[in-house]
Design a protein around this ligand. Structure first.
Ligand code: NAD
Length: 488
């Protein structure tokens, strides 16, 4: 697939000399090349979006959402084709890719409620004859910088809300996975948005810096690693932009002795090894409490060893590869580090070789047990199919352990005790909480939360938070003659 930019309603072949190889991680073969565009292309996209803004803003909100209804239909009709591309460039299984797109559709559906969601407020007679009202207005040009691991879903945490609220838009997908948005943009083109309302720019750091510094771009959303999230947050804010930046994670699960162990094992295994562990809500370490240790360890090792690994489009495959050679090498190196730091390795997924896919970047599910508290491996985001096991004697110790971490994206608990669940919900320091749930991914009508080093900003993506983020409030106090009421 040729990767082009989409600016002002036109497909533009970028005039660049540098390209980034897009690799099918199951085969190691190059399937496309991402043009590494620079500031000039961002300037063109920002100009198009800025020029399109006045007319789009004046388009009534109930007309704006008609475009989204049409987009929702096209996305659903083309769901399998999109999922196919996601599997090929990102590595997850076809079923996982289809599930990813469901959340994209849901966000479009929720944003179709914008006529209701962006309503303002009015209070009459704050003084005799004087009324006060609050109006939500769009910001202007907004942009999203996306990561590699959910190429179809993550732009939709933002795009439908931004557009429905009357903003114009620029998307910069990850250079590792540009094909999905290339295809989605063709659907956006079919929808027939006015020229310049939605624009696509491909590239890496230079394009990102162009976005962060551009004076016409009013708001930026970012999803990716914590190191880059901090940079985005600081740089965008320094350039006067509204910004939200979602970062990395190291998600814990606590397993209590009264949990349904069979259910807990299945769900934790799906969370840790689904999408090859490359999910910001993947469970990354499990803390067993008291006598939960032996049963859970035995069951989870069995679940890890029996997972079927391969190319995500092949029938029966439960887990695909990690994204590239560097990621495979890093994950395997971190497994080795865990062992050096004193962890046991009851299930070792290193050196995986899948017949027919010898060039692929596969790491099989791995379990590190008895991981020492404070060790590097207990703190670092691995972003691969590796589950660390730790053990404590009480719920309090377990909560203390998980709250000592740097990240706060998600924390889960498996139990049959209501009071333990309530205590956990109350005390756990994470923005997304799962109780007997392994991937507590918020529905589109809830904010996708995140705390500590997993999120930088105030308002989140999805739902009403996205409405808040993509609108600015204007407060008006007004008086009209009815004898000017009480004479001023
Ligand atoms: P990444 O930070 O490497 O890249 C994300 C985006 O930033 C890409 O578009 C990339 O082009 C750009 N980028 C990379 N380096 C940059 C730099 N130095 N300066 C400016 N821009 C730069 O992240 P990734 O590897 O694509 O994605 C995986 C990470 O994303 C993991 O840490 C994962 O936890 C996180 N993630 C978080 C969430 C969440 O909701 N919190 C969701 C998905 C992924």
């Amino acid at each position: 697939m040729e990767i082009l930019n989409y600016i002002n309603g036109e497909w533009i072949k970028p005039d660049v000399t540098e390209y980034f190889d897009v690799i099918n991680p199951a085969t190691g073969g190059v399937i496309a090349k991402t043009p590494l565009c620079g500031k000039d292309i961002v300037d063109a996209a920002a100009k198009a979006a800025n020029d399109a803004f006045p007319a789009w803003r004046q388009t009534p909100v109930n007309d704006r959402v008609q475009y989204l209804f049409k987009l929702r239909g096209l996305l659903r009709e083309n769901g399998d084709a999109i999922a196919h591309l996601i599997t090929d460039e990102c590595g997850k299984t076809f079923e996982e890719a289809k599930a990813e797109m469901v959340r994209a559709y849901e966000n479009v559906e929720v944003a179709c409620g914008m006529p209701m969601m962006m309503k303002g407020e009015l209070v009459e007679d704050i003084a005799p004859g004087i009324d006060e009202l609050m109006i939500r207005q769009p910001l202007g040009v907004c942009a999203t910088i996306a990561p590699f691991n959910f190429p179809g879903m993550i732009p939709f945490w933002y795009l439908p809300y931004a557009l429905a609220a009357g903003n114009t838009y620029i998307i910069k997908p990850s250079e590792k996975v540009p094909m999905t948005m290339q295809f989605v943009m063709k659907l956006i083109e079919q929808v027939g948005f006015p020229k310049g309302v939605v624009n696509l720019v491909n590239g890496a750091k230079e394009a990102v810096d162009g976005i962060l510094q551009h004076p016409a771009i009013r708001a930026v959303t970012f999803v990716g690693s914590t190191k880059v999230a901090k940079y985005i947050y600081a740089t965008a804010a320094a350039h006067g932009k509204r910004v939200q930046a979602q970062g990395g994670a190291k998600n814990p699960v606590i397993v209590l002795p009264d949990a349904d162990m069979e259910m807990a094992t299945k769900i934790v295994a799906d969370s840790a090894f689904g999408c090859a562990g490359q999910r910001c809500l993947a469970v990354s370490f499990a803390v067993t409490v008291a006598e939960a240790r032996n049963t859970f360890t035995e069951l989870i090792c069995g679940a890890a060893s029996s997972r079927v690994i391969g190319y995500g489009l092949d029938a029966g495959v439960q887990m695909g590869p990690v994204i590239n050679a560097a990621s495979k090498a890093r994950v395997e190196q971190l497994i080795g580090l865990g062992v050096q730091e004193g962890a046991a390795l009851p299930v070792d997924g290193r050196g995986a070789m899948i017949k027919g896919y010898e060039g692929g970047y596969f790491v099989k599910p791995t379990i590190l047990a008895d991981v020492p508290r404070g060790s590097e491996i207990s703190k670092t985001e691995i972003f691969g199919p590796v589950l660390s096991l730790m053990h404590v004697n009480t719920v309090d110790e377990a909560i203390d352990l998980i709250n000592s971490g740097q990240y706060g994206n998600q924390a889960s608990l498996f139990t049959s005790s209501g009071s333990a669940a309530r205590k956990f919900r109350y005390e756990a320091e994470a923005g997304n909480i799962g109780i007997n749930i392994g991937v507590a991914a918020p529905m589109a009508f809830f904010p996708f939360s995140g705390w500590k080093d997993s999120f930088f900003g105030d308002m989140h993506g999805q739902g009403m938070d996205a409405v808040e983020f993509f609108t600015q409030k204007k407060v008006v106090v007004e008086r009209w003659p009815k004898e000017w009421t009480r004479k001023f």
